[in-house]
Write a protein that binds this ligand. Structure first.
Ligand code: PLP
Length: 387
C-alpha cells in the first residue's frame, strides 16, 4: 500500500525546467538545440571569481559559515548598495541566501502566516505562487496586461476585492522584462505602507536594463524585503547564491529560520563571490550582448509571426502574444522544438489564465545562437504559411 504524499507537494511544476529537460533529452540524441527557453546567462562567472574559488579550494576548510553569510560578502554588498543606489545599508540588514529561491522561502516564512493573502502578478515568475502555496499561504493572482505594460499600478491594486497581507513585485519582471516607472514604484511602495501590506521586491534583474537604471524599493518603503541574486547580472547561476535586505527587526527571525533550514549558504560560492564586485566592466559587456540579442529578436521575430511583443525594458526576455498562431502555447512550443530545435517557454508557466496565448523567449544566450534561432523561426513560419 502506498503511503500518503503531503498535499503541499501537489503544486504546479516549474514548466521552464520541464521544457529544459525535453530540450536536453533532444540534445542527448545528437540533435542540436538553441536554448531560448531558460533564463540563464550563457557566460561563466568572471575569471577573478573562478580564481578566488580555486584558491579557497586549495587553502580553506570550506565548513559552515554564519547562517547570515560571511561578513566580508555582506560588507561588499553594503558597499555595492552605496555605489549602485547611493543608499547606506548596514551589513547587519543583509542576509546571504541559497539563490534568491532560498530568499523567497526565508522571506515568506518570516512574514506570512498560514492562510495569509499575498498578491502576485499574472503573468509573473511562477515560483512565487508555487512556493507560497506549498507554505499554505493564499495566492491572490492579480491579472496585468498590455494596457499597463504587464506591470502593477495603484489603480489595479485599489480594485482588488480582498485585503492583502503581502505583495510581490518584480521590475524588470519575468516573463516580460517590463519595468515600473520610478513614480509607479514609489506609489506602490506608499500604497503598501498605507494598507499595512508587506512588500517583497524581487530585484534579481537589476543591472540588466536598457533604457534606464532600475531603482530599489528600499528608497520608498522601510518595511520592504528586497530579494536579489548572483544568478543573472553577476553571471553566477549554478553557484546558488543570492541575498536579501531586510528591515532591522527581521534579521534575527530570518537568521533563526536560516540556521534551521539551510545552516548556511554555499561556502565556496560565498568566498568566490567576494571578487565579483571587481568585475563590473566584464558584467556590463554581458549586458551589451543582451542588448544586441534583444534588438536582433525585436527585428526578426515579427517576420516569424510573433508580431505582438510586450514592452521589454530589462532582464533578457521577450513575451509574445501568439494567439494568432495557436491557442495552445505548450503544444506550439513542443512542435517548434521538434521541427526547428529552437526551445522556448510556453506562457502557461507564468499565467494560468491567458498563458496558452503567449510564449517567452530568453535572449541570454550567445548572439550566434540568437541569429540562428531567428533564421529557423522565420523559415519555419514562411514554410507553414505556404502550406
Ligand atoms: C524573477 C526571478 N526571480 C528569482 C529567480 C530565481 O533565481 P535564483 O534562485 O537562481 O537566484 C528567477 C530565475 O529565473 C527569476 O526569473
Amino acid at each position: 500500500m502506498a503511503l500518503k504524499i503531503a498535499k503541499r507537494s501537489d503544486i504546479s511544476p516549474f514548466i521552464v525546467m520541464d521544457v529544459m529537460r525535453s530540450a536536453n533529452a533532444r540534445e542527448a540524441t545528437g540533435k542540436d538545440v538553441l536554448h531560448l527557453e531558460v533564463g540563464q546567462p550563457s557566460t561563466p562567472a568572471p575569471k577573478p571569481v573562478i580564481e578566488a574559488a580555486k584558491l579557497a579550494l586549495d587553502n580553506q576548510l570550506l565548513g559552515y559559515t554564519d547562517s547570515l553569510g560571511i561578513l566580508l560578502l555582506r560588507q561588499r554588498l553594503s558597499d555595492y548598495y552605496k555605489a549602485y543606489y547611493n543608499l547606506l545599508i548596514p551589513d547587519d540588514r543583509i542576509v546571504i541566501t541559497t539563490g534568491s529561491s532560498g530568499a523567497f522561502i526565508l522571506s515568506f516564512l518570516s512574514v506570512f502566516e498560514h492562510g495569509d493573502k499575498v498578491g502576485v502578478t499574472s503573468p509573473g515568475y511562477p515560483a512565487y505562487k508555487n512556493i507560497l502555496r506549498a507554505l499554505g499561504v493564499e495566492v491572490i493572482e492579480i491579472q496585468v496586461n498590455a494596457d499597463t505594460a504587464f506591470q502593477l499600478s495603484t489603480e489595479v491594486l485599489s480594485n482588488i476585492k480582498v485585503s492583502l497581507d503581502g505583495l510581490i513585485i518584480a521590475s524588470p519582471s519575468n516573463p516580460t522584462g517590463s519595468m515600473l516607472s520610478n513614480a509607479s514604484l514609489e506609489a506602490i511602495c506608499s500604497w503598501c505602507d498605507a494598507q499595512k501590506v508587506r512588500l517583497i521586491s524581487d530585484e534579481i534583474y537589476h543591472g540588466i536594463t536598457f533604457q534606464r537604471k532600475a531603482n530599489t524599493a528600499l528608497c520608498y518603503n522601510q518595511n520592504a524585503i528586497i530579494v536579489n541574486s548572483f544568478s543573472k547580472y553577476f553571471s553566477m547561476t549554478g553557484w546558488r547564491l543570492g541575498w536579501m535586505v531586510v528591515p532591522e527587526n527581521l534579521t534575527r527571525p530570518v537568521e533563526r529560520l536560516a540556521q534551521n533550514f539551510f545552516i548556511s549558504p554555499p561556502t565556496l560560492s560565498q568566498l568566490a563571490a567576494v571578487s565579483i564586485f571587481d568585475c563590473v566592466d566584464e558584467l556590463d559587456t554581458n549586458v551589451d550582448r543582451y542588448a544586441r540579442n534583444r534588438s536582433i529578436l525585436l527585428t526578426e521575430l515579427p517576420k516569424a509571426g510573433f508580431k505582438k511583443i510586450a514592452p521589454s525594458d530589462g532582464a533578457f526576455y521577450l513575451y509574445a502574444d501568439v494567439s494568432s498562431l495557436t491557442c495552445d502555447s505548450e503544444a506550439f512550443c513542443a512542435k517548434i522544438l521538434a521541427e526547428t530545435g529552437v526551445a522556448m517557454t510556453p506562457g502557461v508557466d507564468f499565467d494560468d489564465r491567458f498563458g496558452r496565448n503567449f510564449v517567452r523567449f530568453s535572449y541570454a544566450g550567445a548572439t550566434t545562437d540568437i541569429i540562428e534561432a531567428s533564421k529557423r523561426l522565420v523559415q519555419s513560419y514562411l514554410h507553414a504559411s505556404r502550406r
